[in-house]
Design a protein around this ligand. Structure first.
Ligand code: ADP
Length: 396
């Protein structure tokens, strides 16, 4: 079956068409600037060059229309007609407490996703628009929602409660949810497969270090803790997000800089993280280059970033009373050997190490610790689209 995987943002839409039997990506692409002037469609059939087309997309429905057109195009398409799409898998960011698993989308599911809009005001409404656009154009094709939060729903109360008056939980569901669940689930399962171990008797810490970054503790096949919270702002220092900080800083900065709380939150989401601290870039390639050139802020930023990751790993080893595997994934985790080495240098007490020759790899599945290490350290590239396609097939 061919599964169309859709990841819809407020002004963008990423897609992949995956053959679920061979798990081959037939084509992928991106619609940018939906609803804004200067729209751009990038379509890439497998094994061919990217085709960029400047085309205005006033709505997500128009964007999905163009995606279908590209996929069925005589020259650069990969299927003859729409009927060759067996199902659509949608990435949905927030499932609140309603969804601990992926689901086939019906009216009740749409309503439940809408009920979570408050918890992810930037993401869920866009995800819903993407689903509706697909439903409009493919009314008879089954659709599945795969939630970023679902994998973390197994966290116990002690991991998801904040030290706040419990009425905020009861009234507004203020608690920790966690994100990147599809990636944490995929990577932790892949770890067990690669090592030939039983997933349900393994303690794994997954470090998803991308532009957004989070860590999870997966014990006996279940997520028991993760670093992101009510929103993706909590936890690690990220590309542009601050991660953990003293909550009193919000009011302090608001007062000093004469900003409203939403404006401060915007700074914490978009102008902080390694971008804000270094003043250089949110991209680790730029940071590594600036650090090499002796830029002290870049050097200190990288140190601060890796230190925070190492502290989280230590706390999750404590949460699980041990750890068997530490896995690095996503852009930074997969492609940054010096970063992995620096993080693991804090973890000798756990019995983790890194062999430089093994660690000298990018984007490939590999064990990078020594044979005698007590904790296996690995690189496992994530594949959220494939995970969404698998979930979709499982449910339809
Ligand atoms: P997201 O999906 O959250 O946008 P990714 O997982 O694609 O993020 O990660 C993007 C980040 O990965 C980039 O910002 C960059 O910092 C980092 N990255 C990508 N390639 C490299 C590389 N070769 N070396 C170091 N960092 C890299």
């Amino acid at each position: 079956m061919n599964v169309l995987v859709i990841n819809c943002g407020s002004s963008s839409l990423k897609y992949q068409l995956i053959n679920s039997d061979s798990e081959e990506v037939l084509a992928k692409g991106l619609c940018e600037r939906i609803g804004i002037d200067g729209g751009m469609l990038t379509h890439q059939p497998a094994g061919k060059d990217k085709i960029k087309t400047q085309v205005d997309m006033p709505s997500h429905t128009v964007a999905v229309e163009l995606v279908i057109k590209s996929l069925t195009d005589k020259e650069n398409g990969v299927i003859a007609s729409l009927s060759e799409i067996g199902a659509v898998g949608h990435r949905v960011v927030h499932g609140g407490e309603s969804f601990a698993e992926s689901v086939v989308i019906d009216d009740a599911v749409m309503k439940a996703i809408e009920d979570c809009n408050d918890l992810a005001p930037l993401h869920n409404p866009a995800n819903l628009i993407g689903i509706r656009a697909c439903q409009e154009l493919m009314p008879n094709v089954p659709m599945v929602a795969v939630f970023d939060t679902a994998f973390h729903q197994t966290m116990p109360k002690k991991a998801y409660f904040y030290g706040l008056p419990h009425e905020y939980y009861e009234k507004y569901k203020v608690r920790r949810y966690g994100f990147h669940g599809t990636s944490h689930s995929y990577v932790s399962k892949r770890v067990a497969e690669i090592l030939g171990k039983d997933y349900t008797s393994l303690k794994t810490i997954v470090c998803h270090l991308g532009n957004g970054a989070s860590i999870s503790a997966v014990m006996n096949g279940k997520c028991v803790d993760t670093s992101m919270g009510l929103t993706p702002l909590e936890g690690l220092i990220m590309g542009t997000r601050s991660g953990d900080l003293d909550p009193a800083i919000l009011g302090f900065i608001a007062g000093k800089e004469n900003l409203t709380l939403p404006e401060v939150t915007d700074v914490l989401n978009k102008k902080s993280g390694v971008l804000g601290l270094s003043g250089v870039s949110s991209d680790f390639r730029d940071l590594e280059a600036a650090a090499k050139d002796g830029n002290q802020w870049a050097i200190d930023t990288l140190d601060t970033y890796y230190y925070r990751v190492a502290k989280y790993i230590g706390s999750y080893a404590a949460a699980m009373n041990g750890v068997d595997v530490i896995a690095f994934t996503a852009g930074v985790g997969e492609n940054n050997p010096p970063g992995r080495e620096q993080i693991v240098s804090y973890l000798g007490y756990l019995g983790a190490d890194v062999v430089p020759e093994k660690n000298n790899c990018r984007g490939e599945e590999r064990v990078i610790s020594s044979d005698q290490a007590k904790v296996t350290v690995m690189v496992v590239p994530t594949n959220e689209e494939l995970a969404i396609a698998r979930e979709t097939v499982r449910l339809v």
